[in-house]
Design a protein around this ligand. Structure first.
Ligand SMILES: Nc1ncnc2c1ncn2[C@@H]1O[C@H](COP(=O)(O)OP(=O)(O)OP(=O)(O)O)[C@@H](O)[C@H]1O
Ligand SMILES: [Mg+2]
Length: 323
């Protein structure tokens, strides 16, 4: 089964229109009816010419689509749909992923859902969309677009940690992911230094959680390494709850275990930059640190970060159509 999602412009208007009619037409009728049902091919072509859309194909067959509508410093996803025959195949997930990539460099993605469709609302909520506005029967939900940072050296990684520390406050949760030696602890060192906390930040090998007292007015830092923890239940046993309120909590290897610690979280994903690994490694130059660039993806999820820019129409296009 091969799944592809690509950018499309007005030349795909007929296909996109047919998908929207099929998918929205098969939903239970709503009052007032979905705007999508009164779309014409011409209207879709006009919208695709303005800022494009996405078309998902499963084994070459068009199965899902959406329109991209840049507004202000973000992008609205409109007419998001998957035909009934292709539901449950991961198409919707791939389309959200592709929309996030299309929106790179902007601040947020927004959708408008119908409150009569709680499963649709739950779908977006699982993907980090938070309700920001409700004008019955419409519910608006927003998610920040991740920021990407190229991090060439360990020093740059500490600097990024320090930059992130500037926006943190007591009670915040930061989850770090990335393979062994990716730079999670290095990032935390920069973060802790900028917070001004006491004690040396190291990879806690035997100690699972370490509390660093506040150095001044700032918050304390709870640094957790969940690598050895099997489950969320084991993390729960550490009884961190009391500290969480007053501290900034950073959890290495926290994905899949630590999400429940707070309602909102900053997710920091560190990966080795593809194709860059052999540029400097093993050069052996004296005193020179091995050059192992990393890419860091930061996503701010949940209500704590939900003030994502303004949705005032500007007509400014930030997403170019692909064809
Ligand atoms: N661009 C870079 N960013 C961060 N670290 C780098 C970079 N290039 C090289 N390094 C080196 O990679 C190592 C990262 O180690 P660190 O302990 O921070 O990783 P970690 O993700 O915490 O690992 P673990 O999963 O074992 O806890 C350090 O030795 C650091 O000097
Ligand atoms: Mg570490």
């Amino acid at each position: 089964m091969s799944l592809s999602v690509r950018r499309v412009g007005p030349s795909s208007a007929a296909t996109v229109h047919a998908l929207i009619q099929e998918a929205f037409g098969s939903r239970p009728p709503l009052d007032p009816p979905a705007d999508a049902l009164s779309d014409t091919v011409e209207a879709i072509a006009t919208r695709l010419a303005l800022s494009g859309g996405l078309l998902a194909k499963l084994d070459g067959e068009p199965v899902g689509t959406l329109l991209l509508e840049p507004v202000g410093d973000g992008v609205y996803i409109r007419r998001f749909c998957v035909v009934s025959a292709a539901r449950g195949t991961g198409v919707a997930q791939a389309m959200v992923q592709a929309a996030t990539e299309a929106a790179r460099g902007t601040s947020w993605l927004r959708i408008v859902a119908r409150e009569e469709l709680p499963r649709t609302i739950a779908f977006w909520a699982r993907r980090g969309f938070v309700q920001t506005d409700r004008r019955s029967p419409y519910v608006e939900m927003v998610r920040p677009v991740p920021s990407f940072h190229e991090v060439p050296t360990p020093e740059a990684m500490r600097a990024l940690g320090a930059e992130v520390a500037e926006e943190l406050q007591p009670g915040d949760l930061v989850l770090l992911t990335g393979e062994l030696g990716a730079g999670k602890t290095t990032f935390t060192q920069g973060l802790g230094a900028a917070l001004g906390v006491e004690g040396r930040i190291t990879s806690p090998t035997f100690i699972i959680a370490r509390e660093h007292a506040a150095g001044g007015d700032g918050p304390e830092l709870v640094h957790v390494d969940a690598y050895r923890l099997g489950s969320a239940a084991e993390l729960d046993d550490l009884d961190l709850d009391a500290a969480l309120e007053e501290a900034v909590t950073v959890v290495e290897w926290g994905e899949g275990k630590a999400e429940g610690l707070a309602e909102s979280r900053m997710q920091v994903r560190i990966t080795r930059t593809p194709g860059a690994s052999d540029t400097g490694a093993g050069s052996g130059a004296e005193g020179a640190e091995e050059l192992e660039p990393r890419t860091v993806e930061i996503t701010r999820l949940g209500p704590r970060w939900a003030r994502y820019g303004h949705a005032e129409p500007t007509g400014r296009l930030t997403v170019e159509p692909a064809d």
